[in-house]
Design a protein around this ligand. Structure first.
Ligand SMILES: Nc1ncnc2c1ncn2[C@@H]1O[C@H](COP(=O)(O)OP(=O)(O)O)[C@@H](O)[C@H]1O
Ligand SMILES: [Mg+2]
Length: 173
C-alpha cells in the first residue's frame, strides 16, 4: 500500500516531497516546523485535526487519519508507534489507537476525537493504565510530563475507554 491509495496524486506527491525534505533537514530551522508544515500543506484537500511538535495529522474522512512527520524525529516517532502497536500484548494494544497502514514518514491511524473528560477519578485511571504498561516492560513516554502532569492531548476516549493516540515515545525497557 502507498500514499496513493489514500490521497489523490497531487496530494500524495506533496506529502512524499515533504517527507523527503524532513528527512534531510536534521537540524532545527529558524521557522518553526509546525508553521512550515502548515504553509506547505495549505492546499492539501484534507482537514487538519491537530499538530504536535513532531507530526501533523489530517482527516482522511473515512474514520482514519493520516499522520505525517514534520521533524526528523517525527519519522522515528511514526516508526516507533507502528512497532509499539505491532508488538504490544493484546491487553495493552486495546489502549492504543489502531494503525492500519504505514510508509516512510507517514501512517494511517484510527480517528478518535472524543476528549478524555477531566473529571474526578480519571487521573487515577490514567495512572493505573501507566502502571499496566510499565509492568509489561513498556515505558509510556509522553503520557505524563516530567512534572507529573497528564498530557491530555495525547489521549482520547473510545467507547468510554481511554485510548492513547500519541504513543510515538513509548519504549520497551
Ligand atoms: N488518531 C487520532 N485521531 C484524531 N486526532 C488525532 C489522532 N492522532 C493525533 N491527532 C491530533 O493531532 C495532534 C498531533 O498528533 P500527535 O500524534 O500527538 O503528534 P506529536 O507527536 O507531534 O505530538 C494530536 O494532539 C491530536 O490533536
Ligand atoms: Mg502529541
Amino acid at each position: 500500500m502507498s500514499l496513493f491509495d489514500y490521497l489523490d496524486v497531487e496530494d500524495a506527491l506533496l506529502v512524499e516531497a515533504w517527507i523527503q525534505e524532513v528527512e534531510t533537514e536534521k537540524y532545527p530551522l529558524r521557522k518553526s516546523l509546525k508553521e512550515k508544515a502548515r504553509e506547505r500543506f495549505n492546499d492539501i484537500k484534507l482537514k487538519e485535526l491537530g499538530c504536535g511538535k513532531k507530526r501533523i495529522v489530517f482527516d482522511l474522512d473515512n474514520g482514519w487519519v493520516l499522520k505525517i512527520a514534520i521533524a526528523f524525529n517525527g519519522i522515528n516517532n511514526n516508526q516507533r508507534e507502528v512497532e509499539m502497536y505491532q508488538s504490544a500484548p493484546p491487553r495493552l494494544q486495546k489502549r492504543l489507537a489502531k494503525i492500519k497502514e504505514f510508509g516512510h514518514g507517514w501512517l494511517v491511524m484510527q480517528r478518535i476525537t472524543k476528549p478524555v473528560p477531566k473529571k474526578k477519578g480519571i487521573k487515577a485511571e490514567i495512572k493505573k493504565i501507566i502502571k499496566q504498561f510499565e509492568r509489561s516492560g513498556i515505558i509510556p513516554g509522553d503520557l505524563i510530563s516530567p512534572k507529573r502532569r497528564i498530557r491530555w492531548p495525547n489521549i482520547r476516549l473510545r467507547k468510554g475507554r481511554i485510548v492513547v493516540i500519541d504513543y510515538g515515545n513509548f519504549k520497551w525497557k
